[in-house]
Design a protein around this ligand. Structure first.
Ligand SMILES: [Zn+2]
Ligand SMILES: [Zn+2]
Length: 301
């Protein structure tokens, strides 16, 4: 089996656009109305491409000359002109989605939900809270954090309450899956990862996986659970013991893998050893300094 062949030569780098000049283009209500009109047309028969007159009508601009001026400014960074009309470039979609996500304003602190599962460390209550633009699942009693990450505030009320925490978990899982696969969730560049000693904001945790992107300075810090859960030996071992390593929420998985210990190991090829015990059976893994799933070794099964 062969994969796609690499390009013969480096692709042309993208043309540099001054970001302040590009963002300035959006500082006008008519232009934002144009972006919104195209974005919202993707739901209907226009499939995200509108003719000049259709776009003007949808954007609600009566003066054709004024409309033409504003539309012309957007063509390039945010809008693409094709034979079929005007469509959004990906940057235009990102700008529109940022606006409708609610992420441009801080959200008041709210209690989102109490979780069914108890804290496996202290037996206390796990709860989800939201503040600013981040959702945190943690223990109210020992103050341990289980998961923290960005979540668009308008999505808090978009899901039925019973489905919200699952949605948050999958949203964050999408971020950690990409980071674990060496792909920055935000800009697509490679991420460098390392196994680091956990700081004091991770009480009771020895080692964390620190993924960093040099391009956009994105970062994803996870527990070792989120590194090993996608290794096929772990998936199979968990499955044999009734645990779904791939689909479980972060908080269910950490409780189910409460028998996981991680020890840093300076003496041999491995940066750390992870020992997973389920129902008396043991799976021992060697974790590489690169903290990459594909380089994890099964040491004992
Ligand atoms: Zn606790
Ligand atoms: Zn990045």
């Amino acid at each position: 089996m062969s994969g796609p062949s690499p390009p013969d030569a480096d692709p042309e780098p993208a043309a540099d656009v001054d970001p302040t000049a590009a963002f300035e283009l959006l500082a006008d209500p008519t232009r934002f109305a144009i972006l919104a009109a195209i974005a919202e047309s993707s739901e209907d028969e226009y499939r995200g491409t509108l003719s000049f007159s259709e776009l003007r009508e949808r954007a609600g601009v009566a003066d054709s000359g004024q409309f033409n001026y504003h539309l012309d400014r957007l063509v390039g960074p945010f809008v693409r002109r094709t034979d079929g009309g005007y469509g959004l470039r990906h940057a235009g979609r990102i700008a529109y989605r940022l606006a409708v996500s609610g992420l441009l304003a801080d959200h008041d602190a709210v209690d989102v939900a109490a979780l069914d599962a108890p804290c496996h460390v202290c037996g206390g209550r796990l709860a989800a809270t939201y503040e600013g633009d981040r959702l945190r699942v943690g223990c109210r009693d020992c103050d341990r954090r289980v998961a923290v990450g960005p979540f668009p505030p308008r999505a808090l009320t978009a899901h039925p309450p019973a489905a919200l925490l699952r949605a948050v978990d999958r949203y964050l899982a999408g971020i950690t899956i990409r980071a674990a696969a060496n792909v920055c969730p935000w800009c697509g560049s490679p991420m460098a990862a390392s196994l680091d000693p956990a700081g004091e904001d991770w009480p009771g945790v020895e080692v964390v996986v620190d993924n960093r992107c040099d391009r956009c300075h994105g970062f994803v810090v996870t527990r070792v659970h989120d590194l090993i859960r996608y290794h096929p030996a772990v998936v199979a071992f968990c499955y044999e013991h009734g645990v779904d390593a791939v689909q479980s929420t972060v908080w269910d998985l950490e409780r189910e893998l409460a028998g996981l210990t991680v020890a840093r190991d300076g003496d041999d090829a491995w940066a750390a050893r992870a020992t997973l015990t389920l129902e008396g059976d043991v799976l021992e893994l060697g974790l590489p300094a690169s903290a990459r799933v594909g380089e994890i070794a099964v040491l004992e099964e």
